[in-house]
Design a protein around this ligand. Structure first.
Ligand SMILES: [Zn+2]
Length: 202
């Protein structure tokens, strides 16, 4: 695809991909992706990612996923080990992306109406959120909902409605069940300034 050599010093292999815009060969693409995924994972588990980190992590996830996927699909002479490594990179990057999606969060009691149209077990409940994030919420809910169930969330104040997926359910001692929901497709359902929430957290 390109006749320029790999940009890593001392390497003369043909270029297969790029990282931060620098051309790299397949082996250096794989090793660099592993190094960065490990480093981001350590930061995430330790001090936590700052807003600036999150931006560069997002860019990295986007670039490395696109190239790994392209190479995995297009390269004819790929051996099984390299193929497995590329798939591992795609999966690790998408998991890292999921963790980014989950923050920041904010404690907030926003009135909502939950409704499940599950066949044979439809229910509705007026309740409120406990914690909200850009992409979802932790909501008090007396009804049993399984992970993967689809529900509608309607805001009690604005009437805005969104489709969400139950991510998990945590039953408490007194039947005040809480469920975690993730919006299927909705930008900023809660109408909060998430940049300000992120700063306040750090
Ligand atoms: Zn190289």
């Amino acid at each position: 695809m390109n006749t320029k050599p790999c940009s890593i010093a001392g390497c003369s292999q043909d270029v297969s991909a790029s990282l931060d815009g620098d051309p790299v060969c397949l082996q250096h693409f794989i090793s660099e992706c592993y190094t960065r995924l490990d480093r981001f994972e350590e930061i995430r588990k330790g001090p936590g990612l700052t807003a600036a980190d999150s931006e560069s992590v997002r860019r990295f996830i986007h670039e490395c996923t696109r190239h790994a996927d392209e190479i995995e699909h297009a390269a004819k002479d790929l051996d099984n080990l390299d193929r497995a490594k590329l798939l591992h990179i795609i999966l690790s990057a998408s998991e890292l992306g999921c963790h980014l999606r989950r923050s920041p969060r904010k404690m907030a009691a926003i009135p909502v109406r939950l409704s499940s149209e599950k066949l044979g077990g439809a229910w509705e409940e007026s309740t409120e959120t406990v914690l909200v994030s850009r992409y979802g919420a932790l909501v008090r809910c007396k009804h049993a909902a399984k992970a993967g169930d689809t529900i509608h969330v309607t805001r009690g104040d604005t009437g805005e409605r969104a489709l969400a997926r139950v991510a998990w359910q945590r039953p408490l001692q007194n039947d005040d069940i809480r469920i975690g929901v993730e919006f299927v497709s909705c930008e900023n359902f809660w109408g909060l300034d998430w940049g300000a929430v992120e700063e306040a957290r750090g």
